[in-house]
Design a binder for this molecule. Structure first.
Ligand SMILES: [Zn+2]
Ligand SMILES: [Zn+2]
Ligand SMILES: [Zn+2]
Ligand SMILES: [Zn+2]
Ligand SMILES: [Zn+2]
Length: 317
């Protein structure tokens, strides 16, 4: 799907009928006369099934870059390009410093949503932020939606291309989404165009199986940072002072019920020798001091901070 959306591609089979129906596909450099004659030639060829003339053949598939709408800014040289598909689908071209130096709007929604964004000259992070903010404000990106990031093309500008390029892009998008809204339920998926894989051997990074992409891992809590309470099993604990009885020996008479040499009745406890436990306010129990009655508490092994050892916390392999 993305390969098709990239359009313009050299690998796109330019058929005779397409070239006739889309004169705009041809280069602007050509004169109208040439265009007309080429189109006519092609049309005639289609009917007569004679070989297509050299001029007609060359006019069709080689002028891929100029097929795109005039809004597009396709740089002469770039290091790589990323397609960001939310539904507005846009292709961003980057120089070797991950600065956007070109943009192609791959569908009408992209033109509508993004045409006034100043993407060229922006860093990858700033560009992604602009796109996501706009997709959200225009209602394209909703809760539980998804963002597809595809490493689409490798350009001629030399840059060390390894999986960090796509991982970096995906993590940037994830960070922007969570910074804005916390947990959004929006999934971010990475892919690598087949041709890029053939060229470079790069494949889409996969979520780390150890931590399922969370980047956190802990044998105690599985990386969630939260465990079932290890102190209580019902949210309350028995008072250690009164052992759950709710009463203790009277502080006035030390349990005797009487005070002084004459054995006067203790007026604090009225002679019972007991008083309400002040540790638990006479309840015999109190809320679990570890979980405060929530039955779960922060994992004491990792405090929720444990980076997955298999992916160093990136969540990607
Ligand atoms: Zn991991
Ligand atoms: Zn833990
Ligand atoms: Zn507890
Ligand atoms: Zn008590
Ligand atoms: Zn007493």
């Amino acid at each position: 799907m993305f390969a098709a959306l990239m359009s313009g591609c050299a690998n796109m089979q330019a058929t005779v009928s397409e070239s006739v129906e889309s004169p705009a596909n041809e280069t602007a450099k050509e004169t109208a006369a040439v265009k007309e004659s080429a189109a006519e030639t092609v049309a005639v060829e289609a009917e007569s099934a004679e070989p297509i003339s050299e001029s007609a053949k060359e006019a069709v598939p080689d002028e891929t870059e100029t097929e795109t709408p005039s809004m597009d800014i396709i740089p002469e040289s770039y290091a790589y390009s990323l397609i960001v598909a939310i539904n507005p689908t846009v292709e961003l071209y980057f120089d070797k410093n991950d600065v956007i130096n070109g943009v192609a709007f791959l569908n009408d929604d992209a033109v509508n949503a993004y045409k006034d964004l100043e993407l060229v000259g922006a860093s990858l992070e700033d560009g992604m932020e602009l796109i996501i903010a706009r997709a959200e404000s225009e209602g394209y990106l909703k809760e539980n939606g998804d963002v597809q990031v595809e490493l689409s093309k490798i350009g001629t500008v030399e840059k060390e291309m390894d999986s960090s390029v796509i991982v970096n892009a995906v993590e940037t998008v994830e960070a922007i989404l969570t910074a804005d809204n916390g947990e959004t339920g929006i999934s971010v998926n990475a892919s690598v165009n087949n041709e890029v894989t053939e060229q470079t051997g790069l494949t889409a990074p996969e979520a780390c199986p150890t931590c399922s992409g969370t980047g956190k891992s802990c044998s105690e809590c599985g990386g969630t940072g939260i465990v079932n309470c290890k102190r209580c099993d019902n949210g309350i604990e028995s008072c250690g002072t009164c052992h759950g009885t709710a009463v203790i020996s009277c502080h006035g008479c030390h349990g005797a019920g009487t005070v002084g040499d004459l054995g006067e009745t203790c007026n604090r406890c009225g002679g019972t020798g007991e008083q309400s436990c002040d540790a638990c306010h006479g309840q015999g129990t109190f809320l679990c001091s570890w979980c405060k009655g929530e039955l779960k508490h922060v994992c004491p092994e990792c405090w929720g901070e444990c980076d997955c050892p298999d992916c160093s916390g990136t969540g990607w392999k």
